[in-house]
Design a binder for this molecule. Structure first.
Ligand code: ADP
Length: 366
């Protein structure tokens, strides 16, 4: 049967293993030969032990494990043409001309570039005497299916990315834990959560955790935000609330684009709430760790299954992202998904929030 590579690339996310397991076992059931590409694109560039055939049992016992058993990395060489040529040579020598890539938008962008270049890369290898013409002719195209592994939930056109739900659980465990000590001491806790361009985790953690205020990149406050926030928290204290929680997304700014850090907010509280010292907690990488939630096991399993079916059945080489939209598996052209994601990011950076909303929600309405 055809050979198929699976890799996890970029920042890890809980639920990647469920996707890998589904890809491997679906491929085997469909008579294909699945290969692990280890350490992101690095395994493809390096070849050798970086590319390894996988059997049914190789992906046993990983469903409930966080992170990625394939290893993940950022690979600078793959950003260069020579790196991608080496990767093409190593993959095609195993007969691999189909890839399921599980990663963030950077990894998927790399996959798209690789897919487009594939015919040229193979032609160059043949011209350089590094590849048999017969091998090139047998694998004229690269088929790519992308799954978005990112706790930030930052891909336009899909409801949830792999890992976002578990990250939200991690954040809520922390917020709940902080709430009890906050109540004991009548203290304000400022919690910084991940999300450089996307405030999803901060906003949903605020809603689900009952936070008193939240700062996200998509809705930056105007000039008077310090007074407004201080008044809001003082009013809450005045009403008898003992535990105050403010959630700040990593990428929060004011309307002029100046960063608002959790330290800024902590200092503001300390200064304005009658000498009450705030406590700042930066959650950091605990958000990316731990056991995947139920959702981050079944959703990536369905996606891995669908991605493998897709990549084994497509006659053309169109690169596709598989995601979830309105609770159904959905296929998006990779190029459009990336373009729409970039449009959201650019619109947020340009403080054009109406455009950001359109880019985030409307792109795949058709
Ligand atoms: P993420 O996938 O989590 O967004 P990165 O943006 O760091 O993480 O991308 C992960 C890896 O994907 C990079 O280290 C690189 O190997 C590859 N990559 C990213 N962007 C490109 C690109 N434009 N061209 C080729 N490879 C890329």
């Amino acid at each position: 049967g055809p050979a198929l590579g699976v890799l996890t690339s970029g920042g890890d996310a809980q639920g990647m293993n469920a996707a890998v397991r589904a890809v491997v076992r679906t491929a085997l059931r469909l008579g294909a030969r699945p290969y692990a590409v280890h350490e992101g694109w690095g395994g493809a560039v390096a070849g050798g032990p970086g590319i390894r055939p996988l059997g049914w049992d190789d992906v046993g016992g990983v469903l409930h494990v966080g992170g990625t058993v394939l290893g993940s990395a950022r690979c600078q060489e793959f950003r260069t043409r020579e790196g991608r040529r080496a990767a093409a040579a190593n993959l095609v020598r195993h007969g691999i001309d189909r890839l399921v890539v599980i990663g963030g938008d950077g990894s998927l962008r790399g996959a798209e570039e690789f897919r487009q270049e594939w015919p040229e890369l193979l032609a160059e290898l043949v011209a350089a005497g590094e590849l048999d013409e017969a091998v090139r002719l047998a694998h004229p195209r690269l088929a790519v299916a992308g799954l978005v592994g990112s706790i930030d939930n930052d891909l336009a056109g899909t409801d949830m990315t792999i890992g976002a739900d578990t990250a939200l659980h991690r954040i809520l465990e922390a917020v709940d834990a902080l709430r009890s000590t906050a109540a004991s001491h009548r203290r304000t806790f400022v919690v910084e959560v991940m999300g450089r361009h996307c405030g999803y985790l901060a906003l949903m953690a605020a809603v689900a955790g009952g936070a008193d205020a939240v700062l996200v990149p998509e809705d930056p406050p105007g000039e008077g935000w310090r007074d407004a926030l201080a008044e809001h928290l003082l009013a809450a204290r005045g009403a008898g609330l003992r535990d105050l929680i403010v959630i700040v997304a990593e990428g929060a700014t004011d309307r002029a684009g100046n960063p608002i850090t959790s330290q800024d907010v902590g200092a503001l509280v300390t200064e304005r709430l009658g000498g009450e010292g705030a406590r700042v907690t930066v959650l950091g990488h605990v958000q990316r760790g731990g056991r995947p939630s139920a959702y981050d096991r079944w959703m990536p399993t369905l996606l891995g299954y669908a991605a493998t079916q897709h990549v084994l059945s497509v006659a053309d080489a169109s690169a596709t992202v598989l995601g979830v939209r309105h609770n159904c598996i959905t296929l998006l052209p990779l190029e459009r998904a990336i373009a729409a994601t970039n449009a959201v990011r650019d619109a947020v950076a340009a403080q054009d929030f109406a455009a950001a909303r359109v880019a985030r929600g409307g792109s795949f309405a058709s």
